[in-house]
Design a protein around this ligand. Structure first.
Ligand SMILES: [Zn+2]
Length: 282
């Protein structure tokens, strides 16, 4: 990976869950789960996003029943200063400047803002898009998909990550062994992280600050849980598309963390990672 990217982490709203749902042995009380998105600054392709977090579109999509159950089960907060367009504006970026969006998966808390990005190409795994397409309104809702969040032009603007050039990952990334060269210049490598959904995708890139960053979305909900080998409880695990694959992915992250060789792993909902990195990346 030769092209280095500017990197900022954005917190675009949060939801609340009892900790014991997302971590075996966790507390009963409600804890905040930030919805993190990555802002990547590419010297040639310009500003790019990894996921979008929440958006007003989420509240519109969950206004009717049965979709309203989604926000009743996981109450969501999004202040005006946290919205995507306000945060991008702080970096001098307009919504229409975004031309590449890497979608880890199609759960509503990761894609709610894509309708606001008129010029973006979307990258996602084929299995993920197919799973959302196949799901019924109720079945999709039970899996965390809100189809009304997809713009009408989604299919025309989609690149399946699996169609990008396949690359072999270096030993430092094992047991993750392969990925996809999403932009064709080896600057952003998409890495399959199966189990949470049928086609979850993480991305690996090098920052201009010489950090190697691995954005892992919902492959785990906190790094502490990975360190302590505490995968989510059976309640959350029931929502996963493939529990065995999820546990294999989770175990892979544990190997990477244990190697402790400077790789920065960023889950999408880890409050401690957010606190640490938002200070470092400021
Ligand atoms: Zn998810």
């Amino acid at each position: 990976m030769t092209t280095k990217l500017g990197f900022h982490l954005l917190r675009i709203g949060h939801c609340s869950h009892p900790e014991c749902v997302t971590q075996r042995g966790g507390r009963l009380g409600s804890v905040p789960f930030p919805a993190l998105a990555g802002l990547l600054l590419h010297p040639h392709f310009g500003p790019m996003l990894f996921d979008t977090g929440y958006d007003d579109a989420f509240f519109a999509a969950t206004q009717p029943f049965p979709e309203r159950l989604y926000r009743l089960v996981t109450p969501v907060s999004l202040t005006s200063s946290e919205t995507l367009h306000v945060q991008l504006a702080r970096h001098g970026i307009a919504l229409q400047d975004i031309r590449h969006v890497f979608l880890s998966h199609l759960h509503a808390d990761h894609i709610a803002g894509i309708g606001e990005l008129p010029n973006a190409r979307f990258f996602a795994m084929r299995d993920e898009v197919d799973a959302m397409r196949r799901a019924s309104r109720i079945g999709g809702l039970r899996r965390g998909y809100l189809r009304t969040l997809l713009p009408e032009s989604f299919d025309a603007r989609l690149t399946c990550a699996d169609d990008c050039g396949r690359v072999t990952l270096p030993p430092a990334m094992h047991p993750f062994r392969y990925g996809f060269d999403l932009l064709g210049d080896a600057s952003v490598i998409g890495i399959p992280l199966p189990g949470h959904t049928p086609g979850q995708l993480g991305i690996l890139f090098q920052t201009s600050g010489d950090q190697t960053v691995f954005l892992v979305a919902d492959a785990c909900w906190s790094l502490e849980a990975v360190r302590q080998d505490k995968p989510p409880s059976w309640i959350a695990a029931r929502l996963f598309s493939d529990k065995r694959a999820y546990l294999a992915t989770f175990a892979g992250l544990r190997v990477l963390l244990g190697r402790n060789d400077g790789l920065t792993i960023v889950p999408s909902h880890c409050e401690l990672t957010w606190r640490r990195l938002s200070r470092e990346l400021r």
